[in-house]
Write a protein that binds this ligand. Sequence first.
Ligand code: ADP
Ligand code: MG
Length: 345
Amino acid sequence: MQDQQVPRTDIGTLGEFGLIDHLTRQFPLENASSLKGVGDDAAVIDNTGYLTVVSTDMLVEGIHFDLMYTPLKHLGYKSITVNLSDIYAMNAQPKQVTVSIALSNRFSLEAVEEIYEGMRLACKHYGVDLVGGDTSSSNKGLILSITAIGQGTADKLAYRNTAKVGDLICVTGDLGAAYLGLQILEREKQIFLDSPGVQPDLEAQNYIIGRQLKPEARKDVIEMFEKNQLVPTAMIDISDGLASELFHICTQSGVGAYLEESGIPIHPDTEMQAIKFGLDPATCALNGGEDYELLFTINPKDVDKIRFLPDIYIAGEIVEAKDGLKLHTKGGNIHPLKAQGWQHL
Ligand code: ADP
Ligand code: MG
């Protein structure tokens, strides 16, 4: 499924420093806070007046991504966006990233260029500077480790442990698509492995597969908060499924939650594909991963600030811890919510 036609230049021809220079040349510094980027022993960042928000993630080939169906440019793009998503989930603005990469000799210069091209597009889209990293060889797979650095203010940062009883539970975008996208790609990979001549059947699955391969971080939502002077009482990004993230907020905040199944946003394509796979769409939204949407809570007095905002859905209410985490199904039943493997009865 990878294009075999591109020319192949051995990475060794550039040497380590030549490679770093070659890869980072296309990343001009845009942010005033980026005082020193690539090229010295360390980057220098000036966050005067702001709190510094830092998050790091490692992506390991074969664990977090499969190069049989992940185009390298998409991988580069996604590696940046999933990190920025964590900074936005603090209600902060990412400003810099560092990128560390371990490569086996299986990867050509052109392959690494593709990864960095995806990273460059993401950095440009989100207004983030690449200010450093590290380059190493690996025996086998590809490993990417990204650190994102951002700016926040004490009165606006949104933590996981500050949801209050009576707060409204809100979700952005739609959930479950990325999980189903992965199921489709895995299915097509198996078919390809079993009979390499067969063309993948990805027709009409653009939306779902796009959500898996090219997720976006919700910069726009953080900007809407700013514009409407809304500060969520708690927030987390949805990387492991709504149920699991809600558990994090509830456990850390010492509260419970009452979630309305009818309030969980699900795209019509997701709904249709779930049914085709014999899965319950709500289960995909609750327990699927990699949506990179935001789950947040607001004080009910702020409800008018979000009521008419696009792409934000009210999906429930924070209740007392003793009431636990419950799901009110479309069928009218109330089930305890489980962090993983919740079954629709
Ligand atoms: P050191 O030996 O001090 O770790 P390096 O030679 O690894 O220095 O790095 C030199 C400069 O290049 C540093 O600014 C570092 O942050 C940057 N750098 C190294 N690898 C990468 C990479 N893969 N992507 C972006 N910047 C990198
Ligand atoms: Mg180094």
